[in-house]
Design a protein around this ligand. Structure first.
Ligand code: 5GP
Ligand code: MG
Length: 460
């Protein structure tokens, strides 16, 4: 998963705007951050491991002048935490230089990759992102045509911002799996993964980049073309459940409100007899509020979360490691003797949930009723959320009772697929919910390709 941002402006400080855009998209990726600018067509990029404020300071931003900028925050959970995977990446091709930032994951980049290699193109990495950049950089056609041609060779999820020929370009896969939205500051155009990044720079939301659309922004304004015909809409429902920031709007729905409705619906589907409703902060909080509202059981805080743990957090020594999740969460004394409804958004591997349940009993809780505001995750994501392999997913091969036992809770219930869908207020069949249903909007890689992807995949 990743966050992307882009801006074209002749009179604003585009690198600084991008910095703040990325700051609002930090939740989408905490491993590395980068900004590329172009001044009169000349591209400069700065990228490094760490959080946005760790990578950039005044001096670095001042060294990034230009009229167009793109930025990226990167997230991955498995391997590949290398500087060489930081984006935006810059690829010098026969026809042009392309700086590019990608959110998503291609399903099977191998064919396009082999074709590029056969054509003598040198690829520095095994990343699918470089394949996309190389396809555009090699093509002598005008940039929008080059992008359109590249899009016809790609399958999977991609929401992309790029700089080519001094122009800001953005394009999105024909299913629109990852979000990408357009905004305006005065006469200038801004592009971002989520509306919260438009809000932070004072941009007014205009519309989403349409699935299959390529837009390009130059000194004459915004231009658009349909590069590939729009397919069945398949916006990732996990964005609504967990990934997007609650103050963003996705497909016209405020994410926070959707999560509150998931909690309300959960209270209807799986009520509990308890003294208080609490959340696993922060991601479980909107649904816990909804659960409390609908059940009439008071909402209280039960766990205090340390919010300053980034991914570049200094690794604890063994003694501290035994404290495990206490680095992140500490329970309040008032839980003692009480029956808790504990609401979280998802169980992935189940390890955090099990440790938290244990911690709550350790704090003296009488009962711990775990309520999850999404259905059981039973299948991997092939589109850029690096959840886990199927075998690592706690719910993939367990019944609800086995899951309950696994996490050690008094009771456990998940929201139904229908309940989740109706809470988003998005039409049935307009989303991807493959991780919950095993039904995907595209071809998925076969076992052989998947094994290869394990090495080659660069989560966007
Ligand atoms: P588990 O019990 O599966 O180990 O962890 C569940 C917790 O992980 C939940 O609080 C949920 O909010 C969080 N979570 C869900 N999806 C992701 C993800 O993609 N990345 C990270 N870092 N946390 C996640
Ligand atoms: Mg969470």
């Amino acid at each position: 998963m990743c966050g992307v941002f882009g801006v074209y402006s002749r009179d604003r400080d585009v690198a600084r705007l991008t910095y703040f855009g990325l700051f609002a998209l930090q939740h989408r990726g905490q491993e590395s951050a980068g900004i590329a600018v172009a001044e009169s067509g000349h591209v400069t990029a700065v990228r490094d491991m760490g959080l946005v404020p760790q990578v950039f300071d005044e001096e670095k931003l001042a060294a990034l002048p230009g009229e167009v900028a793109i930025g990226h925050t990167r997230y991955s959970t498995t391997g590949g935490v290398h500087w060489s995977n930081a984006q935006p990446l810059v690829h010098h091709g026969r026809a042009r230089t392309v700086a590019l930032a990608h959110n998503g994951n291609l399903v099977d980049p191998a064919a396009a990759r082999d074709e590029l290699l056969a054509d003598g193109v040198r690829l520095a990495s095994t990343s699918d992102t470089e394949v996309i950049a190389a396809l555009v950089a090699r093509d002598p056609a005008p940039v929008a045509d080059a992008v359109a041609r590249a899009m016809r060779c790609l399958e999977g999820a991609y929401s992309i911002v790029a700089i080519a020929d001094g122009v800001l370009v953005a394009f999105r896969d024909p299913h629109g799996i990852r979000p990408l939205t357009l905004g305006r500051i005065g006469e200038d155009w801004v592009i971002a993964s989520e509306t919260c990044a438009l809000d932070i720079v004072g941009a007014d939301p205009v519309r989403d980049v349409r699935p299959g659309e390529v837009v390009w922004i130059d000194e004459t304004g915004l231009h658009s073309a349909t590069a590939v015909p729009e397919r069945r809409s398949a916006l990732c429902i996990f964005e609504q459940v967990y990934f997007a920031r609650p103050d963003s709007r996705l497909g016209g729905t405020e994410v926070h409100a959707a999560r509150v409705r998931m909690g309300e619906r959960l209270a209807e589907e799986a009520p509990a007899d308890a003294d208080l409703v609490m959340s696993i902060p922060d991601s479980g909080t909107p649904a816990a509020i909804g659960f409390a509202k609908r059940s009439g059981i008071p909402y209280e805080e039960g766990l205090i979360k340390n919010r300053y743990i980034g991914r570049t957090f200094i690794q604890p020594d063994d003694e501290l490691r035994r404290q495990g999740i206490r680095l992140k969460f500490n329970p309040l004394a008032e839980l003692a003797g009480r029956r808790l409804v504990v609401v979280d958004d998802t169980i992935v591997r189940g390890n955090t949930t099990r440790a938290l349940v244990q911690m709550l009993f350790g704090a003296g809780a009488a009962e711990v009723h775990v309520r999850i505001s999404s259905p059981p995750i039973v299948s991997p994501c092939f589109y850029g959320i690096d959840m886990a392999e199927e075998d690592e997913l706690a719910a993939a091969h367990r019944s609800n009772e086995e899951m309950r036992e696994h996490i050690g809770a008094t009771s456990l219930h998940h929201l139904s697929v229908d309940g989740m869908q109706s809470a988003t207020r998005m039409p049935d069949g307009s989303v991807c919910r493959g991780c919950f249903t095993r039904t995907y909007p595209t071809r998925i890689p076969n076992a052989a390709n998947l094994a290869k992807l394990r090495f080659e995949k660069t989560p966007a």
